[in-house]
Structure formats: C-alpha cells, structure tokens
Design a protein around this ligand. Structure first.
Ligand code: DAT
Ligand code: MG
Length: 140
C-alpha cells in the first residue's frame, strides 16, 4: 500500500475542551504524521460548502451551526493506508457504536458533536485538502 494523505478536523466540541493534543497523540500513535495543521474559525457558509453532500439531510443546518460555532483545527495526515487508518482510529460516527480506544468512543459527546472528521475516500481526501490548504502549507 502506497503512502496516502487524508484530511482531518478536530471539531469545536474537542477544541473547546482542550483535546487537540490528546487527539493528535492518538493519530500519531496509529502511525499517521501531521504534515499540515492550522486553527481556523469557519463561517456557517464555509461549513455549509464543506458539508454540501449532506445538504438534504435533516441534521444539515445543525451540523453547519455546530461546525461554525467555535474554532476548529484542520489537518493533513500522511501515512500508509492513511484514509482507512484514520477512519479506524476515529471510530464510528455515533460514539455509542464506536469501538473501545477510538477517538469518538473516548471523547465524542454525541452523534453530532463527535470530535473529529476524516475523509471517507481518495477523491474526497483530495477535494477536502484542497479546500483548506495550499500546496505550500503541506510539508511531508
Ligand atoms: P462521518 O463524520 O463519520 O464521516 P457522516 O459523513 O455520515 O459521518 O456525517 C457527517 C457528520 O454529520 C457527522 O460526523 C456528524 C453529523 N451527523 C451524521 N449523522 C447524524 C445524525 N443522525 N444526527 C446528527 N448529526 C449527524
Ligand atoms: Mg463523512
């Protein structure tokens, strides 16, 4: 398996509780390298564009409100099989279903306030990285 890059977010519920370092530690322990990282505060419109794929879902408005409520930390992660590995360390969307030891099992507050985002495939990883980072900001 080749070295891959994926896109990750430490969400507002986690930045608010000072969990950025704890989450990065779990990502690093899983063999993922942080090759770009910055703290930003999205507008609701920017969050809406990022989550556009979910715009017909009943939770879309609440999701965009939440993601723009407080600062987030956006990251590019690199490693072997990085997309699947990151999804594994994150755990299931609903923390009630997440495996022990995953980020969401340990830190998520609810299905909505679930501490982290991770790209779900190679195409979305590429798009999401390009939405937040320029090539010069990614240092592998
Ligand atoms: P994931 O973040 O695991 O890729 P997703 O892409 O299906 O999950 O959904 C994006 C985000 O939307 C998710 O992290 C939290 C929110 N969400 C998903 N399902 C929800 C629901 N049933 N109620 C409230 N928020 C939900
Ligand atoms: Mg998703």
């Amino acid at each position: 398996m080749a070295i891959e890059r994926t896109f990750s977010i430490v969400k507002p519920d986690a930045t608010r509780r000072n969990l950025t370092g704890a989450i990065v530690a779990k990502l690093e322990q899983a063999g993922l390298r942080v090759v770009a990282q910055k703290r930003i505060h999205l507008t609701k419109a920017q969050a809406g564009k990022f989550y556009e794929v979910h715009k017909e879902r009943p939770f879309y408005d609440e999701l965009c409100e939440f993601m723009s409520s407080e600062p987030i930390v956006v990251q590019v992660l690199e490693g072997e099989n990085a997309i699947a590995k990151n999804r594994e360390v994150m755990g299931a969307t609903n923390p009630a279903d997440a495996d022990a030891g995953t980020i969401r099992k340990e830190y998520a507050l609810s299905i909505g306030e679930n501490s982290v985002h991770g790209s779900d495939g190679p195409d979305t990883a590429k798009e999401e990285i390009a939405y937040f980072f320029s090539g010069l900001e990614i240092v592998g």
